[in-house]
Design a binder for this molecule. Sequence first.
Ligand SMILES: [Zn+2]
Length: 285
Amino acid sequence: MTGTACSPTALCAFAGAAQILARLRTLSAHAPQSLVIEGGTEADRKTAALAWAATLNCTGQPEARPCCQCPACVQIAQGVFMDLKVFGDQEKITTDEVREALPEWGQPPRGNGRRVSIFFGAHEFHPAVANLLLKTLEEPRPGNVFVLLAPQRERLLQTLVSRSFVLTLPWPGPKAPEPDVAEWLAALLNFWDTGQGWFERTGTKGAADRALALRLLSACQRELTLAVAGDTQGSPAAKRLARLGPSGLRRFDLVLGQAQEALNQPTVMPALVLDWIATAMIAKG
Ligand SMILES: [Zn+2]
């Protein structure tokens, strides 16, 4: 399992950690049997999956899980925890591997937390593996949770996604937003100052699809990070965000997190989520 190992502190300190760990903590109160982690880089997804395993098995204070210090956290980071199973981090997952794990999934975990089974490269599943896993998820597996890692949910079997909660990590992107996203970002900030020019944009049929909304969220997140760090020299958007002040920036962080959640609901219209972001911040923006 050497491919899985990382330092324990890496589970608590990675890009966007505060927001992602807070969401994992919330999620752990009613841990979904299956969690899809999309977005980010492959390394980000791996770290988030291990952080999820640590959140579910940590023996530290509930509000500070994962603590990244207790034996469970340390062993999970090292990939040697008794209730951690990892598939496909070195080689493609085979049906035999999954079949061999079936008896164990029928048993509760050995420790007091959850047995976490992580599947790397879920977008590259052989159809037979995907089907076997799907059957596994259709049965109750007390104490067992499953994590599927893929760049985008669209690349997974739809039936697997529909049985899972989807966690979207900030998408990796170029330093500056691409021109179309930069234009949306500028329009959003302009709307905060003038109250104009936003609804025409989101109201244009087909303009704001889910992909664009996620890219805009990611751009907002990046500017927010710059604004929080006080690194606003090269970015007018970050400069504008910095004017929100510490509490406004925190609020924007929460708004972005909730918007991301909303975009995970297939029935929610992306344009409405964008309108909500624009208006949620305007009151005190
Ligand atoms: Zn811990």
